[in-house]
Design a protein around this ligand. Structure first.
Ligand code: ADE
Length: 262
């Protein structure tokens, strides 16, 4: 998978050299290129921003350097086109489903905005020749898109086949499509079985895989009821068995058929 990143702070992306991602780069699974936007400026001060038309606080990123950057990285006459991903608090919410969709793309181009954002014409121009997705990490405001891009690249690349050692581990993730969709993952334990007088839950030592799966699901349901009742409301009722409903009732979540859908 090809990943291009354009930023005025290329040094933000040093973490992409380490751990899982560093290894995926070295083995060729990920081809990551970080570009300094200022390379496409032509004035003495390498200016990338200017005051907003219509007034208001802050600065807006100028269209010219962005236009040249996108043309250089994804030439208009070239065959393949990337998906342009622009992090912004006013974008569509980033989710595990979106991460999986991005992971299936051969080429992503991330444009990191700073200040009040990038001149809208850059998006419109890009959208005429490549798919463009504006993505928000959540209802908070970062100083720029760099950290958001690091987050997205980590979430996306671990879903690229071969990047994680054990492909099974993504299916148990919170939000993973399938049994855990819309459920938060419950607690995990490892050795020793007794630590500072705190035992590991007995059931996990039982070797009874059915009972362990049930216990894990109960824990996930309880945790989700506690921290993310909004996710439970989205759960497909048909996917809940009697035991699920009893667990949810015990967790103080309405289990009466109609209520779940409301
Ligand atoms: N840039 C600034 N804030 C952001 C957010 N919440 N998500 C994505 N990009 C951002």
């Amino acid at each position: 998978m090809k990943l291009d990143i354009v930023s005025i702070f290329p040094e933000y992306f040093a973490p992409l050299e380490v751990s899982l991602l560093g290894k995926a780069r070295r083995t060729g699974l990920l081809d990551v290129r970080v570009h300094d936007l200022r390379r496409w400026t032509h004035d003495r001060h390498n200016t990338v921003d200017d005051t907003p038309y219509g007034g208001g606080p802050g600065m807006v990123m100028k269209p010219e350097p962005w236009g040249e950057a996108l043309d250089a990285i994804a030439p208009p006459s070239g065959g393949a086109v990337p998906r342009l991903v622009v992090p912004t608090p006013s974008g569509r919410p980033f989710t595990q489903v979106m991460a999986a969709e991005f992971a299936a793309e051969p080429w992503l181009l991330f444009a990191c905005g700073r200040y009040e954002g990038i001149d809208r014409r850059v998006y419109d121009e890009a959208a005429a020749r490549m798919p463009v997705t504006e993505v928000s990490l959540g209802d908070f405001v970062l100083a720029g898109g760099e950290v958001a891009v690091l987050v997205m690249i980590e979430a996306v690349s671990r879903l690229v086949p071969g990047v994680l050692g054990n492909t099974d581990s993504v299916t148990d993730d919170s939000f993973a499509p399938g049994a855990m969709e819309s459920l938060l993952e419950g607690p995990v334990f490892t050795k020793p079985p007794l630590w500072r007088d705190r035992p590991v839950p007995e059931i996990l030592l039982s070797g009874n895989h059915g009972a362990i799966a049930r216990w894990r699901r109960d824990q996930a349901l309880r945790r989700t009821a506690r921290y993310r009742p909004d996710l439970l409301a989205r759960l497909d009722r048909a996917a809940l068995d009697k035991h699920d409903l009893a667990t949810l009732a015990d967790a103080g979540f309405p289990v009466d058929g109609e209520d779940m859908a409301d």
